[in-house]
Ligand binder design. Structure first.
Ligand code: GDD
Ligand code: MN
Length: 243
């Protein structure tokens, strides 16, 4: 779908060493024309500076800086709002900065929306999907978190915590308008909860790669916050604006 305007939104916290390779891979694997919006929470390692450096050469790179580390969920909401307001994309893509999400899958996610779906999720838990180089414990935590959220919130997808997705402008607008109380990693499941009424959600298999540079920001406190947040969402469901 060459005439679709795509904006890739990338939350970053201490990803200075990854942003260059990410942009290269996005440009080199079928999304050459896409806008890329970084949402950086004033990373102490100077990620924003590295992005600004690249912006001098590439007018389709954009940067939204927030004052302090405020969570991946809020970064997506703020990035979507800014992208919708300033760039007018047809499709918004969510991807991590650390190359654990292979950019070559972006065209498949975007392309699958042509079937009329409102969102496409890159999934580890459908046939052909998986994750490389994970310890048993990380595997278990991911499986448990997934089943827990899927069951409690009745989510119609296998990989509801995946942070690699594409969605239509309409779906992204609904997420921004729904004022989701989901600032952290629970954003991934809360957004599926909002979108499941009204639109079709597809899953496309992908392999979650090991992180090569930098470290994960998802620690035990985040997992516990995630569990509590899902419980709160189940007890007090967020408002779901009409599709
Ligand atoms: N702006 C901003 N603010 N970005 C953040 C923050 C934050 O507070 N926390 C994390 N990020 C960015 C990271 O810099 C990275 O680009 C992306 O969000 C994902 O963070 P990671 O720390 O790499 O997460 P992960 O690899 O442990 O978890 C991934 O897999 C999970 C499923 O297993 C993410 O994709 C999760 O969303 C997903 O649920
Ligand atoms: Mn990661």
């Amino acid at each position: 779908m060459p005439d679709l305007k795509v904006c890739v939104v990338v939350p970053t916290y201490n990803e200075r060493e990854n942003v260059g390779a990410l942009v290269e891979r996005i440009r080199g694997t079928g999304s050459g024309e896409a806008d890329i919006m970084f949402v950086d929470d004033s990373s102490p390692d100077g990620t924003a500076e590295a992005v600004r450096e690249m912006m001098r050469e590439d007018p389709r790179l954009h940067l939204l800086v927030r004052g302090s580390k405020k969570g991946i969920g809020g970064a997506y909401i703020d990035g979507f709002r800014e992208a919708l307001r300033t760039l007018g994309p047809d499709v918004l893509v969510q991807i991590d900065a650390d190359l654990q999400h292979p950019p070559a899958v972006i065209p498949l996610l975007v392309g699958s929306l042509s079937s009329g779906a409102g969102a496409a999720i890159a999934s580890r838990y459908v046939r052909g999907g998986g994750s490389k180089g994970w310890s048993m414990s990380r595997r278990l935590v991911s499986r448990v978190a997934n089943s827990y959220a899927r069951t409690l919130l009745r989510l119609p997808v296998k990989d509801c915590t995946s942070g690699f997705r594409a969605m239509t402008r309409q779906s992204a607008t609904r997420l921004v308008d729904s004022r989701l109380p989901a600032r952290g990693f629970e954003f991934q499941v809360a957004s599926v909860y909002v979108l499941k009424t009204g639109v079709k959600i597809l899953e496309v298999p992908f392999i979650f790669e090991p992180r090569r540079i930098g470290s994960s920001k998802l620690g035990l406190p985040d997992v516990l916050r995630f569990m509590a947040a899902v419980l709160r969402l189940a007890i007090r469901p967020p408002r779901t604006p009409p599709a």
